[in-house]
Design a protein around this ligand. Structure first.
Ligand code: ZN
Length: 204
């Protein structure tokens, strides 16, 4: 499973709040409590901006430019407290100096259970492990994608996952979108790209 950007700034009260964000955090926690054993590994991505250029704007259009959010090392960039992180194997950061919509642009932080080993392997290889490499190293061929926001980072992550050859499923009830029309378009685009669109089957 890939949990995308369930961070304080994307939940209610955050700098770029998405309606339903906190409920997604709690929904993923409930779902993983029941289903964690069905997943070999769980990765979580974080938008982690240092200087992302025009991704930040004082006059954001909420399409390609945004208010300042998820600044590296700030509380807004932390995972939402409603998300239970105990079952998460590795954290991936993205967007330090770019938009960073896709989790497949992210690199492992070496903070998970397998962190020490993966960090050592990364430095030995001379570069941090990206998400595709990490998944492949764990023998993963199929991923479920959940998180925030359906019409932006979930969309980009699922599309890149499909392009990278993974069988991708988006569990829509464990996602939240910025705009309803853009979310509908994103789900249609994902379905066209061969991504399975379904729900988790977990009562909310
Ligand atoms: Zn961002």
């Amino acid at each position: 499973m890939v949990v995308v950007d369930v961070q304080n700034d994307f939940c209610e009260g955050g700098a770029l709040a998405v309606a339903g964000g906190a409920a997604v955090a709690e929904g993923i926690t409930r779902y993983l409590r029941e289903h964690r054993a069905a997943y070999d590994v769980v990765a979580a991505t974080q938008d982690w901006h240092i200087d992302p250029g025009p991704h930040f704007s004082d006059h954001p259009d909420f399409v390609t430019s945004w208010p300042v959010h998820c600044v590296a090392g700030t509380p807004g960039a932390e995972l939402h407290p409603g998300l239970d992180t105990t079952g998460i194997d590795e954290l991936f950061h993205k967007g330090e100096y770019a938009d960073g919509y896709s989790g497949f642009e992210a690199h492992a932080c070496g903070t998970g259970d397998a962190g020490a080993a993966s960090s050592a392997a990364s430095s030995a290889a001379g570069r941090p492990r990206d998400l595709a490499r990490w998944l492949t190293d764990h023998g993963i061929e199929a991923i479920d994608v959940v998180g925030i926001a359906t019409d932006h980072c979930v969309r980009a992550t699922a599309l890149d996952g499909a392009r990278a050859g993974f069988a991708v499923t988006v569990l829509t009830d464990l996602t939240a979108g910025v705009a309803p029309d853009a979310t509908e378009r994103a789900l249609a685009e994902l379905a066209d790209a061969g991504v399975t669109i379904t729900d988790s089957g977990t009562p909310s």
